[in-house]
Write a protein that binds this ligand. Structure first.
Ligand SMILES: Cc1cc2nc3c(=O)[nH]c(=O)nc-3n(C[C@H](O)[C@H](O)[C@H](O)COP(=O)(O)OP(=O)(O)OC[C@H]3O[C@@H](n4cnc5c(N)ncnc54)[C@H](O)[C@@H]3O)c2cc1C
Length: 381
């Protein structure tokens, strides 16, 4: 490999690496992205592509998500990425769930959101919703992309239009500017951002170990087209006890006690419901959460059953036939939603540790690039 000088080398071609490449290239920097796989194959292509604002942890994460959503809205049309859906509908099946939604709407995070009656939701969704539907939270803030194609499209646009150089099938085993040591020879770069996803051992293993990270494995499904069109991405009341923006509200305690007693299998497998409809009408449905240092590939059938049960309760109909199954893994920490570390001068290590990278990545990248390269970026306050 010829060694050419870059202003910035990004290690990792997942959504976090691409976000850093975009922000630096937009500012006129010469950028390369290096990934060990032929194309992105990690968490970034396995997710819902759901750029979630409402429900993110109050404060920093919520602000990062609002800014990241704006950047997706700016980048997607330029890069030829379709916005598949807009907005979020979170159905509530008990008075306790409605109380959490009301508590949420009373905070600053409720801006632009509202509580729909059960009939309003049914009217918008071709009559979806079980007999016990009490209402639904509507949030206008979300956008959704089809990650399995969007990440490749974003990479191609960065290469062709933004002038980013991609080195694939290349492992970086030392990142010490001005030179990175790779499995295909040296690459010169003035600064480096390492976005390794859940690879905790190839670069800076001791720095990463200090954060006490684990991995989280999620089960995901795709179903056939159910017929009705969803008005936006759909969640159910289980999410009110999982997403930190709701779960930290005092009203969530009574709901969680009730749901844990009623649906122990869902809590055993860390299940909550997200349903997103693709252009072909099929539904991406998930997910479960199993935590370990190495969760392994053996996804329990009980997790899938709990996801499909929750779908039937929330939608009021059995799920259409499952046409695909997969798992995904992301880095996880109890106490932080992301980390930005400086393992040595000129290098930043960036890991999203909460399963929210598609929703917060661009805004995190604006902060990191602004600081690392001394550039003015529109970092979220
Ligand atoms: C099933 C699932 C559903 C999810 N749903 C959502 C969602 O709807 N919305 C949301 O915001 N987030 C969601 N997430 C979380 C989100 O997908 C992650 O936070 C995000 O993809 C992390 O991106 P990343 O770039 O850090 O990691 P990855 O996508 O894993 O990419 C890391 C890359 O780094 C490369 N790499 C690592 N080390 C080296 C090295 N030394 N040399 C070369 N290459 C290296 C790897 O090959 C890999 O391609 C979900 C995650 C999963 C698994």
């Amino acid at each position: 490999m010829g060694s050419r000088g870059f202003d910035l080398a990004v290690v990792g071609g997942g959504v976090i690496g691409l976000a850093h490449a975009y922000v630096a290239a937009r500012a006129g920097q010469r950028v390369c992205v290096i990934d060990k796989d032929p194309r992105a194959n990690g968490a970034s292509i396995r997710n819902f592509g759901f750029i979630t604002v409402t429900g993110q942890e109050r404060g920093d994460s919520w602000r990062l998500a609002r800014r990241t959503r704006d950047v997706w809205a700016e980048v997607a049309p330029q890069a030829g990425i379709r916005i598949e859906q807009e907005g979020l509908y979170l159905t509530a099946r008990s008075p306790e769930a409605v109380s959490v939604i009301e508590g949420f709407l009373a905070t600053e995070m409720g801006e632009g959101c509202r509580l729909l009656s059960a009939d309003e939701f049914r009217g918008l969704s071709d009559g979806l919703g079980g007999g016990d539907l009490q209402g639904a939270l509507f949030s206008p803030h979300e956008v959704r992309v089809e990650s399995r194609t969007a990440i490749a499209t974003l990479s191609a646009w960065l290469a062709e239009v933004q002038g980013v150089t991609f080195f694939n099938e290349t492992v970086v085993f030392e990142a010490a500017p001005p030179v990175l040591a790779t499995s295909r020879g040296p690459i010169e770069a003035g600064a480096v951002v390492v976005c390794p996803g859940d690879d905790f051992v190839t670069l800076y293993p001791d720095r990463i170990a200090a954060y006490g990270l684990r991995r989280c494995r999620l089960s995901m499904l795709k179903t056939a087209d159910p017929g009705p069109r969803l008005p936006g991405a759909l969640m159910s009341d289980l999410s009110l006890t999982r997403y930190r923006g709701y779960a930290a509200l005092p009203e969530a305690r009574a709901l969680e006690a009730k749901l844990r007693a009623a649906h122990p299998q869902a809590y055993e497998h860390g299940v909550h419901l997200i349903v997103a409809q693709g252009a072909d009408g099929g539904l991406i449905v998930g997910d479960s959460h199993h935590y370990a240092d190495l969760p392994g590939p053996f996804a329990p059938a009980g997790a899938e059953a709990a996801i499909l049960d929750e779908y039937a309760r929330a939608v009021g109909r059995p799920a259409p036939p499952v046409v695909e199954r997969w798992t995904g893994v992301y880095a996880s920490a109890d106490e932080r939603t992301y980390l930005i570390d400086t393992p040595q001068p000129g290098v930043r290590l960036v890991i999203v540790t909460s399963g929210t990278g598609a929703s917060t990545g661009f805004a995190i990248a604006e902060r990191v690039i602004g600081d690392l390269l001394g550039l003015k970026t529109e970092a979220a306050a």
